[in-house]
Design a protein around this ligand. Structure first.
Ligand code: ZN
Length: 321
């Protein structure tokens, strides 16, 4: 086609579109909602499904990081194009299908934490996973955003056929009434929440020690600091591994780049830093895939060691797991 003729044709079709003639020019409706938050990937022969539960923008003040000036925190947030007065806190749970067992690692907020969270159930259904088919729930720690999804808002069990595996150290710390009585008022709320969640189902709860294989290919590793019994899970199949980091670090733009920062929500901030560096060093050296509960969806990727900390490199979305 000659250049002039082609140019005329293009101008002609643009003019037709602008004139609004034809069905294609009808006002398209806005969707006004997000699509399902599901991402599938594989480790060896295991199929993993990351399921989004939503996001909370946690308000923060200069009390948020105990060992860094708030101006540095604000600068880190600005560097990551994040708001300065709140921490983006997304929630992503993980289903591991080993071929024999269907295991859910952490349970989301149960719609009881933040208005922007509580869509795990809808995403499970969208992913074709029946909550009744989950036969094991593995818990990283007892903060409400990890255990509240065991029940719905009306206190009904969401996963009625699941055994629940928890760290013995975590159970012993939070279920100790002496610790409850000694806790400040805001922490007492958490102790009471844990009693509500586990009331009547203690018989379904198995307590493990670090180093235990809680299911074939899923090893529990001690990761104390964020809470006393905080646990990460190493998922192994074939020659591949995934480290499920739980809350070893929250948003990587803050806590991977600044691994020494001690957050107010860590029970023992100094110990959390030691654990974070140890696990991140291992993941970086072994080039292991990692997933973090509060990393941006789909929450999995790799960690690179940098001069001052670590950089999180998210996975590329794959059309086939
Ligand atoms: Zn958390």
């Amino acid at each position: 086609m000659a250049l002039i003729a082609r140019r005329t044709l293009l101008i002609g079709s643009a003019a037709a579109a602008l004139a609004g003639n034809g069905a294609a020019a009808a006002a398209p409706p806005f969707a006004n909602k997000q699509t399902a938050g599901i991402y599938r990937y594989r480790i060896g022969s295991f199929e993993l499904t990351a399921l989004y539960d939503g996001i909370w923008y946690r308000p923060i003040t200069d009390a948020f990081i105990g060992n860094a000036p708030f101006a540095d925190v604000e600068a880190a947030l600005a560097d990551a194009f994040m708001p300065a007065d709140k921490l983006a806190t997304p929630f992503t749970t993980l289903v591991v299908n080993t071929g024999q067992r269907l295991i859910l690692i952490d349970t989301g907020t149960g719609g009881q934490i933040a208005p922007g969270a509580g869509v795990l159930h809808a995403n499970l259904i969208a992913a074709g996973i029946d909550p009744k088919a989950i036969d094991l729930i593995a818990i990283s720690h007892f903060h409400p955003d990890h255990i509240n999804g065991i029940r719905d808002k009306d206190d009904n069990l969401v996963f009625p056929n699941a055994e629940i595996a928890v760290s013995a150290a975590e159970w012993n710390f939070w279920m100790d009434d002496a610790n409850l009585n000694a806790a400040p008022a805001d922490l007492k709320v958490e102790f009471r929440n844990q009693r509500r969640i586990f009331s009547g189902i203690a018989r379904n709860v198995t307590r493990f020690d670090p180093g235990t294989e809680i299911a074939p290919g899923i090893e529990a590793l001690a990761a104390p600091g964020h809470t006393p019994g905080h646990t990460v899970f190493a998922v192994h199949s074939g020659d591949q591994s995934l480290l499920v980091l739980g809350d070893t670090a929250q948003h990587p733009a803050v806590f991977a780049r600044h691994p020494d920062w001690q957050a107010a929500f860590d029970v023992d901030g100094a110990q959390a830093v030691v654990t974070r560096r140890k696990l991140f060093d291992r993941a970086a050296a072994d080039r292991m895939l990692v997933t973090g509960y509060h990393f941006p969806f789909p929450a999995c990727g790799h960690l690179i060691k940098t001069a001052s900390g670590y950089e999180h490199v998210p996975v590329e979305w794959q059309p086939n797991p």
